[in-house]
Structure formats: C-alpha cells, structure tokens
Design a protein. Structure first.
Length: 216
C-alpha cells in the first residue's frame, strides 16, 4: 500500500528587509521582497499539482495577508514554525507529520528548479527503501529533505548557512546506518549571480515576465 504523501514548505513573511538579504544588497529590499513573493507563489503552484497534503510553515507566524491569500488560492494549511534554529524547526515540522504510514518532503520557498516532477522523484525514493532523500543545492546545502523516518541527530551540530551543510548531514545519516538518496543538484535564487543565471535561462522566462509586470 502506498504511503500518504505530505509536503511541507518553509517560508518567512514576504516583507522588505526580512527576506532575501543577500540579493537585497544588490537590488534593494523592495525588489528582493517582490521576488520572494513570486518564488513562493511559483513553489506553491508546483506543489499543488501533486497528490499530497500541503502545509505552509510560516515564520514568525501565519497572520501575514499574503500568506493568507496563498492559503485560499492553493487550499493549503498554514502552520507556525517552532522556535529554535533551522535544524530544530525542520525536525519538529517533519516529526509532526510522520505517523508510520507517511512520506514527508520539506522544501524551501526560493528554488525555481524544485518543481512537481522533482518532488515526485523524492517521494519515489522514499517508496523505494530509502529513509531519507536530499535535494542538494550547488552552494553546499540542500533545498529539499524527505523522510519516512527521522532522528534528531540529522539536524544537530550542523553549520547552517555554510557550504558544509550537505556534507555534515550525509555524515549524520551514515552514522545512523540509514539508506538515503540524493536527487539532482539545484540552484536557489539567493544572490545577484543566481538572479542573472535564471533571468537568461529559457525555462524561467515566464517567471521574469510575471516579475516585470509586478514591478511596473
């Protein structure tokens, strides 16, 4: 019997000065916040194409009108992220939804390359004997983690926001003697270089057309 598929998407309030700080240094807080809103919308649109329960985990709370708008647009459930560092936030979110018959996939909200087929491959890995699946990012972190079993050690003593995150996470999983798989590497939209890369890539022209229309 197939397990229940659950998708968790992590996000922050899409406010200038709160999101995309590295990108904002080069293009300004307002523009960076508009990009973040659109990235979140694109992520949720991709997720909505899958047969899965979807939860949007929000920081610092679920009250923001844009998040309420996306809740109604995509029929998803809003949850507040717990306190603690990123590792503890992810651990508690995943633990909330693991019930012995579920596959849980957690994604961020700022990666254009994470689409429905990419997430579907994560679920396929979890149905193929792997306890954990990772979506590696080219910056040395990961943009997706999926699980049908979880252990807090996977999220402890990780140098978050560095290029060591993926390597350290793999070491933790290996220490548990668990099986894990890695999907293709993806690229977040975090910096001006990322912005320039995606803006010249044919696959993402619709995103930049939408962005252009929002800014005029």
């Amino acid at each position: 019997m197939n397990k229940e598929n659950i998708i968790l998407c992590f996000c922050k309030h899409p406010e200038p000065g709160v999101v995309k700080s590295r990108l904002a240094k080069d293009i300004g807080d307002e523009y960076a916040a508009e990009i973040y809103k659109l990235l979140l919308d694109e992520t949720l649109k991709s997720i909505s194409n899958l047969e899965a329960e979807v939860y949007l985990y929000c920081y610092p709370n679920v009250e923001h009108p844009i998040l309420q708008q996306y809740k109604n647009k995509y029929g998803l459930t809003l949850k507040k992220q717990c306190d603690g560092n990123l590792g503890m936030k992810m651990f508690h979110a995943i633990t909330n939804h693991l019930n012995g018959n579920s596959n849980v996939v957690l994604v961020g909200s700022d990666c254009l390359e994470i689409n429905a087929s990419y997430i579907q491959k994560a679920f396929e890995s979890l149905n193929s004997g792997y306890e954990i699946v990772l979506g590696p990012a080219i910056d040395g972190g990961y943009a997706l983690i999926g699980a049908n079993n979880i252990n807090v050690s996977i999220f402890q003593d990780i140098a978050w926001s560095t290029n060591e995150v993926l390597k350290q996470t793999e070491e933790k999983i290996n220490g548990l003697n668990w099986k894990y798989s890695c999907l293709n590497k993806v690229r977040d939209l975090d910096t001006l270089g990322d912005f320039q890369y995606f803006s010249t890539h044919n696959d993402y022209q619709n995103f930049f057309k939408r962005l252009s229309s929002l800014m005029h």
